[in-house]
Structures are given as structure tokens and as C-alpha cells.
Design a protein around this ligand. Structure first.
Ligand code: CP3
Length: 357
């Protein structure tokens, strides 16, 4: 495969020197882009878009054609795994993801199986290979999966939830049932990420969107332990190249030291954590990704530049920072403000990278 023309992201993830701070955005291919909405309309709906490798490739590249981003992220969803387990994923307009058959009792949980990445999930693996060909080495491709716990939240609740009452009832009353789901999920996520790496993903990210809603002790037992299991089984080298792994627990800033010790190369942070403090706490163990409040994109170009400058300054000098938002970009973000942000990161970050560090 073609050598990377821009490997800034991979170098920063591995805490190697770069000329500037690389930047990409969670949900960079999405509804804030008019061209995304047009391709989605051609596909019919979001799931059909995910299931077409050709159209998933098209939308993955759309933000790269507009902005000087330093990475592409596979266009897909974390819920492909439970969908492949047979739970019946669908998206009700304006309501987010839902499952026809949530797994709430011993019988349905006992029947859960680990999906074959080359079987039910073949469309994702084909998309990875097609995106790599289309990128032709422009920037690295990030693959991803949901964390075992975050997937379990959707599988048990049957969709999004305000209070996670059903899964937390299971966690406290019948922890063995939840452990069984998490065990199947951890195996599924590891196999799925390894298949993405084999197909060409050059870095991978695990999204633990709901881990931050657990108590201190429950986070360790029900999310972190399974993240560590995934990390222990993920391939870290592919055709002679190191494949860095990013772990992002939204709301996990208080547990940063433990997350940094789970076996990942980089910890993603939401906007509630100060990067200078985070850096002091993790030392040279991992790189850090984040963490601009996505709502900054609704301000003005001048304020966007200032806020970007503050995030860069809080990380400070030297390698090991990947600029990102602290969570996914809002569908209402003005596309021209995204250009301001990307340019500001590239321009302002040069002052923090010097020869030899
Ligand atoms: O970052 C990227 O550009 C890659 C694509 C990507 C999507 N979802 C596309 C998507 C990624 C990495 C995800 C991850 C994902 N999916 C997460 C973890 C990250 C996070 O945001 O916390 C979660 C929790 C999901 C589940 C999911 N999928 C939700 C909650 C929703 C609804 C969100 C909403 O704003 O309505 C989705 C749908 C989804 N996934 C969309 C996109 C672009 C919007 C669907 C559409 O086009 O209608």
C-alpha cells in the first residue's frame, strides 16, 4: 500500500516530534456538511449509507476535500456490532438509535454471539479497504468501535437513555448478566478492530461515550476492565507499522491515570479537563487528544481562534497532542467556522513545536 504523505497524526499519537499539532474532528463527516446530506439522501437513510462501502467512502472523504484535516475516520457507527448480533438497529427520525430486540433477560443474553467481522460485518471491512485505496496515502485512516460498556448501554436500554435505569438495575441486581454481555462485547470489539487493522486502518479509537456515567468503582469493574481486555487483544503492529489506539471515556477526566494505564497509546478528553493538568498527571505514559468544547464553533471566527489558542497553550510545548473537539461536532455547526478552526490549529500550533522535540 502507498506510503503516508502526511503521518503527523500517527507521530503525535506516538509522542514523536511533528512540525505542528495534527487535527481531526469526531463526527467530521456528518450532517453539518450539505454534501453529506446529499449523499445520505441518495443512500435513502443513515444505515444504508453505512452499509454501502462506495457511499461510506464518498462521505469519509468529504470533510478532507473541504479542510486540511490530518486524518480520515471510517464512516460507520459503533452500533454495527449489536446490529450484527441480531438486535435489529433502526433510527427513528429525530430520536437517535433504537433496537427492536434489546437484551434485558437471561434468555436473550445467553443467546448473544460474537459476530464474524468477515461475515455480518463484511461491509465495514470492505469500506475500510475501499477508503484506504481512495485516500492513496493522503492522511491516515482511523478505524473505531464502541467500548463494551457503551455498546451494552444501547443493547440493554434499547436506545439512548437519560438515566440508564435499566442497565444500572442490571449492574446492581444481576451483575453476572451484565458481565456476560460485556464479555461477548469485548471479544466482538477486539475481533472487529483487528479486522479493520488488517484491512488498512492505521490507528483505532474506542468510544466509551457512557462510561462517565458510572460510579468510581463501577467504572473500573464494568468499563475499564473490559477496555483493558480489548486493548490486550488488539494487534499493535501491521506490516511493520505501529497501530496506535485511542481510548475516549466521555466524562472520564477524574479517572485519567487509570485510563492511561489500560494499555492505550492516547487518551481522548472532553472539554471539562485542563490539558496542562492532564499532561502532568499522565507524564510520558500516553499522548492526549482533545478537547475544544464543540459549542465554540457557534461563536465568531475571532473567538474560535482565541479558544483554539487556549487549548494549544494549555497542552504547551512539544509532541503528544492531537487536537480534536471534546465530543462530536454538532449537526448545526457552520461549515465555514470549521475551516477557521482547522486553519487556526495549524497556524498557532507551530510555535509549540521546535527542532528536535
Ligand atoms: O466521526 C466520524 O465522522 C465517523 C462516523 C461516526 C458516526 N458515529 C456517524 C454517525 C462515529 C465515530 C460514530 C460513533 C458513535 N455512534 C458513537 C460514539 C461517539 C459519540 O458521539 O459519543 C455513538 C454513541 C453512536 C451512536 C449513534 N449513532 C447516535 C447516538 C446517533 C444519533 C446522533 C444524532 O446526532 O442524531 C448516531 C447516528 C450517527 N452516527 C450519525 C452519524 C453521522 C447521524 C445520522 C444521520 O445522518 O442521520
Amino acid at each position: 500500500m502507498t506510503a503516508l504523505k502526511n503521518d503527523t497524526l500517527i507521530r503525535a499519537l506516538l509522542r514523536q516530534p511533528t512540525d505542528y499539532t495534527p487535527v481531526w474532528l469526531m463526527r467530521q463527516a456528518g450532517r453539518y456538511l450539505p454534501e453529506y446530506n446529499r449523499t445520505r439522501a441518495r443512500a435513502g437513510n443513515f444505515l444504508a449509507l453505512c452499509k454501502s462501502p462506495a457511499l461510506a467512502t464518498e462521505v469519509t472523504l468529504q470533510p478532507l476535500d473541504r479542510y486540511g484535516l490530518d486524518a480520515a475516520i471510517l464512516f460507520s457507527d459503533i452500533l454495527t456490532i449489536p446490529d450484527a448480533m441480531g438486535l435489529g438497529l433502526y433510527f427513528a427520525e429525530g430520536e437517535g438509535p433504537r433496537f427492536e430486540r434489546p437484551t434485558q433477560d437471561a434468555a436473550s443474553i445467553g443467546k448473544l454471539h460474537v459476530p464474524d467481522p468477515y461475515g455480518e460485518l463484511r461491509y465495514v471491512i470492505d469500506a475500510v479497504a475501499e477508503i484506504r485505496r481512495a485516500l492513496a496515502g493522503r492522511v491516515p485512516l482511523i478505524g473505531f468501535a464502541g467500548s463494551p460498556y457503551t455498546l451494552a448501554c444501547y443493547m440493554v436500554e434499547g436506545g439512548a437513555s437519560d438515566d440508564f435505569r435499566i442497565i444500572k438495575t442490571m449492574l446492581y441486581k444481576e451483575p453476572a448478566l451484565l458481565h456476560r454481555i460485556l464479555d461477548v462485547n469485548a471479544q466482538s470489539v477486539a475481533l472487529y478492530l483487528n479486522a479493520q487493522i488488517e484491512a488498512g486502518a492505521q490507528a483505532v479509537m474506542v468510544f466509551d461515550t457512557w462510561g462517565g456515567n458510572l460510579s468510581h468503582d463501577a467504572y473500573r469493574e464494568f468499563s475499564l476492565a473490559y477496555l483493558a481486555r480489548v486493548l490486550a487483544s488488539v494487534k499493535r503492529d501491521h506490516i511493520g507499522k505501529r497501530v496506535p489506539v485511542i481510548v475516549f471515556t466521555k466524562g472520564g477526566g477524574l479517572w485519567l491515570e487509570s485510563i492511561a494505564g489500560c494499555g492505550c497509546d492516547c487518551v481522548g478528553l472532553d472539554w471539562t479537563t485542563n490539558l496542562a493538568d492532564a499532561r502532568r498527571r499522565v507524564g510520558d505514559q500516553v499522548s492526549l487528544q482533545g478537547n475544544l468544547d464543540p459549542m465554540v464553533l457557534f461563536s465568531t471566527p475571532q473567538i474560535i481562534r482565541e479558544e483554539t489558542g487556549k487549548v494549544l497553550a494549555s497542552f504547551g510545548d512539544g509532541p503528544g497532542h492531537v487536537f480534536n473537539l471534546g465530543h462530536g461536532i454538532s449537526q448545526f455547526s457552520p461549515p465555514e467556522h470549521v475551516a477557521v478552526l482547522i486553519d487556526a490549529v495549524h497556524e498557532l500550533s507551530r510555535a509549540y513545536h521546535h527542532d528536535g522535540d
